[in-house]
Design a protein around this ligand. Structure first.
Ligand code: BES
Ligand code: MN
Ligand code: ZN
Length: 484
């Protein structure tokens, strides 16, 4: 794993193999020397985001100089810095170097701490790969990534680098868990991972097994999970560093494989349904970061974990469940299983008298249709809470966009033989799912539908094909905001 830290140009012994410096579109690089200016004037690099150019023997600090495009200076954002840091780290790794340095760009109205933090996140996330099941894994990894700051802001940059590295490590855990196939990442595997976190940071842990789930009356989870031989688990992780304050509860959907159940999904693309535990993975990733940062808050994580499989014992369309809250739900389709296990977790959360509850879930294909892979759907019953989450999304580059939960959507899921039904049909699919959850939240609550954002087919500067870790960093940033 790469070590990320901050340094100044004059720090003794600082001798990276490569130094990367920002190049803005339309600027000359004259201040970096004749050869750097030539690389630009000859058109080898224009300064567009994603571009890099390499030169040798330019200055005393490092044998190699990398110009990295950051776009137009006036249009610089933290997200562009995150991506540039990732690009630098990846390029250095491709060159089989052991150390690289990135001269921190200046962003008006943004502290060096924040700039260092985003660069650290970008470097760590950019270097991420999931190759533990490959026989011939690429052994080569970058060992050190330096963020270069002025001497006067070095302490600030060091703080930011540490913060960014810890937040990124949470997202890395979420990616690792979500990328694991369902034969590895079983409900019990997630519980084991939660146990590790609880031991590392002295958090409280309760794992309800099959008997515990039944005894607690978590009918939704028990019903979805009963046909699988990998038994469901209900994971409760408690970070208690906020004194007497009401806790924030994070809820994450962890369907370790969603076949659809009796309402079985088509074959094409079904393998992606190993990612249907990404919400739970992000919640565990966030708790890892919360622990590492020792945030002065009470935070509870609830992760209902199960497979959704057909079988002789499986639940069926038409069945009626008496949920944990006492409400009854009619099953229209066994493929709308996420809301059933989340509903129980939401009513379980009531006992904490929480100040806020945020759930995240790969809940609906409809949300992917609405927002694509660029933003998570944000719903809830509390505008202030939703605004906090939207802001956290902007800060972290894990964008979330508000969607409405009008009364009409609740009307749409009125049950025929029970109080509510688990599908309202095709129209407004993300919103009827949100409306279903809303029935179980009697506190300030928000819901993030991450079906389009938690994993992807392409990857960008700091994500790879597969799990992205979204919304781990959003959640951590939201919690940090609550410490201010
Ligand atoms: N896990 C899926 C949602 C999903 C779909 C996530 C595509 C990622 C990509 C969820 O359990 C599901 O199957 N939802 C159904 C609900 C419908 C049957 C009411 C959906 O969105 O089609
Ligand atoms: Mn489903
Ligand atoms: Zn699902």
């Amino acid at each position: 794993m790469v070590t990320i830290g901050a340094t100044s140009r004059t720090t003794e012994g600082f001798a990276p193999e490569i130094l990367a410096v920002a190049l803005y579109k339309g600027e000359s690089a004259q201040d970096l020397g004749e050869d750097a200016a030539r690389v630009v004037s000859e058109g080898d690099i224009s300064g567009k985001p994603g571009e890099t150019a390499l030169l040798y023997g330019q200055q005393s600090l490092a044998p190699r100089l990398m110009l990295v495009g950051l776009g137009e200076r006036d249009l610089l954002t933290t997200e562009k810095i995150r991506r540039a840091a990732a690009t630098v780290a990846r390029r250095a790794r491709t060159l089989k170097l052991q150390s690289a340095a990135f001269s921190l760009p200046v962003l008006p109205d943004t502290t060096i701490r924040e700039v260092a933090r985003t660069a650290a996140e970008g470097a760590r996330l950019g270097l991420y790969r999931f190759d533990r099941h490959k026989s011939a894994a690429d052994a080569q990894d970058l060992e050190t990534f330096w963020l270069v700051a002025d001497e006067g802001t070095l302490d600030e940059a060091t703080e930011g680098a540490e913060l960014g590295a810890r937040v990124a490590e949470g997202a890395v855990l979420a990616r690792d868990l979500a990328n694991e196939p369902s034969n590895v990442a079983t409900p019990e595997h997630l519980a084991e991972r939660a146990r590790k976190i609880s031991e590392k940071y002295a958090m409280g842990l309760h794992v309800l097994d099959w008997a515990g789930i039944e005894e607690e009356g978590l009918t939704g989870l028990a019903t979805v999970g009963r046909s699988a031989s990998n038994e469901p688990r209900f994971i409760v992780l408690e970070h208690r560093k906020g004194g007497e304050e009401a806790p924030v509860v994070l809820v994450g959907k962890a369907v370790t494989f969603d076949s659809g159940g009796i309402s079985i999904k088509p074959t094409a693309g079904m393998e992606d349904m190993k990612f249907d535990m990404s919400g739970g993975a992000a919640v565990l990733g966030a708790m890892e970061a919360v622990g590492a940062l020792a945030l002065p808050l009470n935070v509870v994580a609830l992760v209902p974990a199960t497979e959704n499989l057909p079988g002789g014992d499986a639940f069926k369309p038409g069945d009626v469940l008496k949920m944990h809250s006492g409400k009854t739900a009619e099953i229209v389709t066994t493929d709308a299983e996420g809301r059933l296990i989340l509903a129980d977790a939401l009513s379980y959360a009531t006992r904490y008298e929480p100040s806020a509850v945020v759930d995240c879930a790969t809940l609906t294909g409809a949300c992917v249709v609405a927002l694509g892979d660029h933003a998570s759907g944000l719903m809830g019953n509390d505008e202030d809470l939703m605004a906090e989450l939207q802001t956290a999304g902007e800060t972290t580059g894990e964008k979330a966009w508000p969607l409405p939960l009008f009364e009409e959507y609740t009307e749409q899921i009125k049950g025929d033989t029970a109080d509510i039904k688990n599908s309202g049909g095709r129209g407004g699919g993300a919103l009827t799912a949100g409306a279903f959850l809303k029935e179980f939240a009697d506190y300030p609550w928000a819901h993030l539908d991450v079906a389009g954002t938690a994993y992807g087919k392409k990857g960008n500067a700091y994500t790879t094909k597969g799990a992205t870790g979204v919304p781990t960093r959003l959640l951590v940033e939201f919690l940090i905001g609550r410490t201010r």
